[in-house]
Design a protein around this ligand. Sequence first.
Ligand code: CP
Length: 308
Amino acid sequence: MEKRSFVTIADLSKEKILYMLDMAKEFEKNTNRKILDGKIVATLFFEPSTRTRLSFETAANRLGAKVIGFTDPKVTSSSKGETLKDTIIMVSNYADVIVMRHYLEGAARYASEISPVPIINAGDGANQHPSQTMLDLYSIYKTQGTLENLNIYMVGDLKYGRTVHSLLMAMRHFNPTFHFIAPEELRMPEEYKIYCKAHDIPFFEHTEFNEDIIADADILYMTRVQRERFTDLMEYEKVKNVYILHNSMLRKTKDNMKILHPLPRVNEIAYDVDSNPKAYYFQQAKNGLYARQAIICDVLGITLDDIK
Ligand code: CP
């Protein structure tokens, strides 16, 4: 069988994205399907995680696979100097698929080129987080009934936030209009604005964050300022609380509008938003289970027909 890794959302056609969302929908109907009995899923997390790792592991367990892996590279032989290449080759001796989060941009692509088993990118530095994007797309589809023609407002750390980079690329198929709300220091990188222009995607940039700016949003995608990506923590201190969404700011928003956040949040969404029906971030994280069941199955060659 051809080896299929899941490294960047840019590799996925519109048809493939919609197909994966159909798979996620099937898994939401019934998460417990022992179709991976006898398979081993390895989760290699070189960076901290709560949702991504636990939802991948839950996905694997609910599909009947067994899970091996680590959550702290300090307890592995990489702390003795073992290279990523050797680590991947070693783990592929034991596992049928490798889910990896790594601090280096491009690490997942590199791993996919040397690994005999499929690699699933669970986040590579500030680059991509494609499995998050699948659950974001699923959440958008569930709440809006469509992925087409939406006004998507991305707020916060657009420079280092890999989730917004992946989501922007995935949405190219669906005629979005983007609004990028960020302080000067954390603006959407030039390469992603060039990407928008190349795909005829309209975008607007703002530094103000208030109820008038967000009034036309269908999706308000909040992000955390990524402390771990700053080399100068003084710079982080200057921008860490630059935008905080309060419930009072939602008065003028559209009825269909939903607030997404990849989580974890720090201060950027006040707790008084949680009880607003427009807050969707905890359900969004739950959708990660179904989206990741679809991803694991797809890289292992299991089709929608196999699970229906
Ligand atoms: N959204 C996300 O990647 O969360 P974790 O860092 O907890 O996995």
